[in-house]
Design a protein around this ligand. Structure first.
Ligand SMILES: [Zn+2]
Ligand SMILES: [Zn+2]
Ligand SMILES: [Zn+2]
Ligand SMILES: [Zn+2]
Ligand SMILES: [Zn+2]
Length: 199
């Protein structure tokens, strides 16, 4: 993915106004996907407190993920609260990508932040080696970052000696720059009390 544009003059259906890429942002809750971000994001030129992740503002409406080369994921603006992301397992609360699967009732659904994760990542919490995105369905693993048993997609260091494996919830917190602001989870709504982000 090339660098994101500085200005998006027409970002329908994501938002009705032009958006500008801003740096130095305090932690915010993305008005698109409802997950947290910090440091960089798109702000509306007209609506106060409207901020989107770079991915939520500028990722293509149609995307083919390397794990599913025969499927086409399409951007969707709203979702039912009961759906979970097939990559990280967390509830989808806003912007998402969805693809039907042939012969299966349940479509695949992914967060924008999850669909945009690179297959190989230079990870701030493991600077020794790049880590690789893996999709193993079935079974659980112990996350090297939060020590909880997780399932779903993860990043793994392929150096045998490292045995590092991190779930996507932890990775998303780290690559969004949240720990440097004292935020350790995408779920900690109390960090942003007073920052209205309901629209
Ligand atoms: Zn977002
Ligand atoms: Zn606006
Ligand atoms: Zn996800
Ligand atoms: Zn390693
Ligand atoms: Zn974890």
């Amino acid at each position: 993915m090339a660098a994101y544009p500085k200005i998006i003059s027409n970002c329908t259906p994501r938002h009705k106004h032009p958006l500008s890429l801003c740096e130095g942002l305090a932690p915010y809750k993305c008005n698109g996907c409802k997950e947290y971000g910090a440091n960089i994001g798109y702000r509306c030129n007209f609506c106060p407190n409207f901020t989107l992740h770079e991915v939520c503002g500028a990722y293509p409406d149609s995307y083919v993920h390397p794990f599913y080369p025969t499927l086409e994921f399409r951007f969707r603006k709203k979702t039912c609260m009961s759906h979970e992301c097939d990559a990280c397992g967390e509830v989808l609360k806003g912007f998402m990508y969805q693809s039907p699967r042939p012969n299966l009732l349940k479509p695949l659904r992914l967060h924008p932040l999850c669909i945009a994760l690179p297959t190989s990542l230079n990870y701030s919490a493991h600077e020794e080696h790049p880590v690789q995105l893996i999709m193993e369905t079935g079974g659980t693993f112990s996350c090297s970052r939060c020590n909880e048993n997780k399932s779903g997609w993860s990043y793994r260091c392929d150096e045998m000696a490292c045995r590092l494996r991190v779930d996507l919830v932890c990775v998303k917190v780290d690559i969004n720059g949240l720990p440097e602001h004292g935020i350790a989870s995408m779920k900690y709504d109390r960090w942003l009390l007073g920052n209205c982000c309901c629209t």
